[in-house]
Design a protein around this ligand. Structure first.
Ligand SMILES: Cc1cc2nc3c(=O)[nH]c(=O)nc-3n(C[C@H](O)[C@H](O)[C@H](O)COP(=O)(O)OP(=O)(O)OC[C@H]3O[C@@H](n4cnc5c(N)ncnc54)[C@H](O)[C@@H]3O)c2cc1C
Length: 500
């Protein structure tokens, strides 16, 4: 168990020690040093759930290589790249905040959580090649994607990612490459930010502490916390509560009874990776290579062949394979989580999700029951010479997709991330799984803009936020902002030691 300065009745309680609570705690304390903040985590360590290095792919999503962000052709007949711009812009905020944290000594040893790894998109077959060429043409027009290169040339591909060509037939291939991609261990980053928070006056943290209930108490909240070692339960109060509990957020929101949570349901999708540690294979690959989604696979199951750097050790990860589960959390979840989340206000949406997404349900069953041979077939589309004995299967994290009844139309359900905030701004939570840890700074900025707007409007608050995220109130997508974007990006990458 980890514990520091347990603060009773603080201004702010953060539930969970993943990247979202860690970022909110650090940003809020920097924005308003007078705030007292207490974080509770039910596992023994920080960042052991979805943010843990092995539970996610560790991609610094910036829209560089993920073909799921550019799935369609637009009305002009060219691939629509608007979503990739949005993700790139949001990732800039994260880079800026992490580099601020490194520059000011909030976090040290940046290489323990971030490393430069080029981001590649990979396609095969003429139809896919035409698609990638159009995507590249559109992206190249914008300053965000300066430096992106495209090739169909096998010699060039051999240089960029030799494993893709080992044992390959003559099908047409194409790749794009962005040198400035990243591999990130979000669990380590979360732990570093929380350790810093615990050293600040009026702030504390405790692991092995589970939040068991939340009840409204005047303008704030009464929070019941169970010490999982001593089995004692304490009651503490806070003016503001952030439920950053990942898959555990929906059950806590339901316990809080807040009106805003009514109608939401959760649908968990597990994940698995194939991992290779063999130095003779690992040392031939330095890239995150993203392909196109196979058939009915949800966008989060788009396959990729990734260099990972975890605890200073390099390996290759392939996946994710989806897996059927009824648990909401990987470490502390229970098989009864899904059943326990069903309420009269969300059962209709849950049934509709099942009925309207038969191909997805079929895909999950197929994925969950597949053999190593079928898994290898998917891997061989990327690395044709891959051999089963060089790879082992591990569990990834669980994504709980948020399911919501859309206003006025009970028939529509919605997958995605929701920042849910109560009308009195005393509680905020995140539901859903995407777009993920990469854009955590942007998501937390949204929480701060909604719930701590007063701290941002003072000249001092504004200056403090500008120091942390210089472009938080600027639109770097505009052509006239190209020089500013380049300068901020260069500075952030330098501090984060990501320029090779
Ligand atoms: C297979 C997979 C691949 C992914 N790949 C990427 C990627 O490449 N790049 C990317 O940016 N994102 C990726 N993501 C998404 C990313 O992992 C998540 O968006 C992010 O980690 C969520 O952070 P969080 O803080 O919200 O949740 P978590 O990290 O899950 O933290 C929530 C914490 O709350 C704790 N908790 C829960 N209930 C309670 C309670 N009652 N009391 C106390 N503590 C509680 C949990 O133990 C946990 O530690 C991926 C996710 C998955 C599943």
């Amino acid at each position: 168990m980890k514990s520091k300065n347990q603060v009773i009745d603080p201004d702010v309680i953060l539930i969970g020690s993943g990247i979202m609570s860690a970022t909110l705690g650090a940003m809020l304390k920097e924005l308003n040093p007078a705030l007292s903040i207490q974080l509770y985590e039910m596992t023994e360590e920080f960042g052991k759930e979805a943010s843990n290095g092995w539970h996610n792919a560790g991609t610094g999503h910036a829209g560089l290589c993920e073909l799921s962000y550019t799935p369609d052709y637009g009305s002009d007949g060219e691939v629509d790249v608007s979503k990739a711009f949005e993700i790139f812009h949001q990732f800039e905020h994260s880079k800026q905040f992490w580099s601020y944290a490194a520059r000011t000594g909030m976090i040290d040893k940046v290489e323990e959580f971030i490393n430069p790894v080029p981001h590649l998109s990979f396609v095969y077959g003429q139809k896919q090649v035409d698609f990638l060429k159009s995507r590249f043409t559109q992206m190249q027009k914008h300053h965000f994607f300066e430096g992106m290169t495209y090739t169909e040339d096998r010699e060039q591909i051999r240089e960029w990612a030799p494993l893709l060509l080992e044992g390959r037939d003559h099908t047409p291939l194409a790749l794009t490459k962005m040198e400035r991609g990243t591999d990130i261990n979000y669990g380590i980053l979360s732990a570093k930010l929380i350790e810093w928070l615990g050293q600040q006056e009026g702030c504390g943290y405790a692991t092995s502490h589970r939040i068991t209930n939340l009840t409204k108490d005047g303008a704030g909240w009464k929070v019941e916390v169970k010490d999982l070692i001593s089995k004692q339960t304490l009651t503490t109060k806070a003016k503001f509560v952030f439920i950053g509990a990942g898959g555990g957020s929906l059950p806590l929101l339901q316990k809080s009874g807040v009106r805003e949570s009514k109608g939401f349901g959760g649908f968990p999708i597990g994940g698995q990776w194939l991992i290779c540690d063999k130095p003779e294979i690992v040392n031939k690959h330095l890239a995150k290579v993203y392909g196109l989604s196979p058939g009915a696979a949800p966008t989060m199951a788009v396959p990729h062949l990734d260099t990972r750097i975890i605890d200073g050790k390099k390996s290759i990860l392939f996946g994710p394979y989806a897996a059927w589960t009824t648990k909401f959390l990987h470490v502390e979840g229970k098989l009864t989580d899904l059943l326990g989340s069903i309420r009269t206000d969300n059962i209709a949406s849950l049934i509709k999700v099942g009925l309207h997404n038969i191909p997805l349900v079929r895909y999950l069953i197929q994925q969950g029951t597949q053999s190593m041979k079928t898994r290898m077939k998917e891997l061989k589309a990327f690395f044709p010479d891959a051999r089963g004995e060089d790879w082992r299967l591990i569990d990834a994290g669980i994504r709980v997709q948020a399911i919501k009844k859309e206003d006025g139309d009970a028939g529509i359900v919605h997958f995605g991330t929701e920042v849910l905030t109560t009308e009195d701004l005393s509680l905020s939570s995140l539901l859903g799984a995407s777009p993920g840890a990469s854009v955590s700074t942007n998501i937390i900025l949204e929480v701060i803009k909604r719930c701590f707007a007063d701290s941002l409007v003072t000249p001092e608050g504004h200056a403090r936020m500008k120091a942390m995220v210089p472009s938080y109130d600027e639109d770097l997508t505009q052509p006239e902002m190209a020089a500013r974007q380049r300068e901020l990006s260069e500075e952030a990458f330098k501090t984060l030691n990501c320029i090779r």
